[in-house]
Design a protein around this ligand. Structure first.
Ligand code: GUN
Length: 304
């Protein structure tokens, strides 16, 4: 967590602590599965190329698998891998009964058609919830299958902090397939942890600040460093920052530092609750990925 002024500490939503709690639950469930089935949830992580950030993400996913007692496979393909080679890896993972979840790290190199790869993943093993079938189920309000990791992590942060979105105006900044769109779908679903009135804003939105000022809950996932400023937020709003941006900072040890999509020092005085970057949404994504893999394992056992 970054250094945070003392007066804001009580407002923080500690994603690191909440993710650790969920991972304790994941580990406990994995232990029960081991006893009941003599088996473990299996996750395959596929990395194409050598993007440094992707390498870090993939390694931390594999490490988390080991910590929780999962079986895992890491498959690394070269930067110049062909579409057919990636599809062939996905095909063999689809048929591997020890693998319950498949994740192809995004973004792949430019010669790879990412959507075609996603479409080839068995929807029952699509632990990212990126396959059109799972995206469709999500939009239909069927939350029984795979759930989108980062947006579902945000819902958990709210729930475990005692914040209900029901009847509130939730404003989602950003319309990506990974965060913005599935986030809006979850918040507008019927039932517990949902029932919000949702507005999605993006780069072409007019009067964006007017809209964010009417928000009870703001989810910032627009990919622009410190985009949400203090004067764009109403007093008492809950602010969730999904952004991870590296910005130059000559005073920092590595010459750069991580900031979110929220100008924390301006927004924190007005917010009732706020997530830090790092240590907010970030750790939740992996925790929910692990949880999806457990869900996929259980669904596979039911089919047998
Ligand atoms: N790249 C950044 N976030 C994600 C994610 O949640 N899943 C995958 N597959 N790739 C990503």
């Amino acid at each position: 967590m970054p250094p945070v002024k003392k007066e804001f500490l009580a407002k923080l939503i500690d994603g690191k602590a909440i993710a650790a709690e969920i991972n304790r639950e994941n580990a406990a469930e994995t232990a029960v599965i081991a006893k009941e089935y003599g088996a473990a949830p299996g996750l395959a992580v596929v990395l194409v190329g050598n993007d440094p950030a992707s390498q870090v993400y993939v390694s931390s996913k594999v490490k988390k698998c080991a910590e929780l007692g999962f079986y895992s496979e890491k498959i690394v393909l070269p930067e110049n891998a062909t579409q057919e080679e990636v599809l062939s890896v996905v095909d063999s993972l689809n048929r591997n009964p020890a693998i319950h979840g498949i994740l192809v790290q995004s973004p792949p190199p430019p010669q790879i058609d990412e959507q075609a790869i996603i479409n080839a993943i068995d929807p029952a093993k699509d632990v990212d919830c990126f396959h059109p079938l799972n995206v469709g189920k999500l939009l239909l309000g069927d939350l029984s299958g795979m759930l989108p990791c980062t947006p579902w992590g945000v819902i958990q942060l709210l729930d475990r902090s005692g914040i209900s979105p029901a009847g509130k105006h939730a404003v989602v900044l950003g319309r990506s397939n990974i965060v913005g769109k599935p986030m809006a779908a979850l918040l507008m679903a019927k039932g517990k942890n949902a029932d919000a009135t949702v507005t999605v804003c993006h780069s072409r939105t007019k009067n964006l600040a007017e809209i964010t000022r009417s928000a009870d809950i703001i989810i910032a996932a627009i990919g622009k460093p410190e985009f949400l400023r203090g004067d764009m937020v109403k007093e008492g709003a809950v602010v969730i920052d999904v952004g991870i941006n590296r910005i130059a900072d000559p005073s920092a040890p590595k010459g750069m530092r991580l900031v979110g999509d929220v100008a924390f020092d301006e927004v924190a005085p007005k917010a009732s609750r706020i997530t830090p970057v790092p240590g907010g949404v970030g750790p939740m994504t992996i925790a929910m990925l692990m949880n999806n893999t457990i869900r996929a394992f259980k669904a596979a056992m039911k089919k047998k």
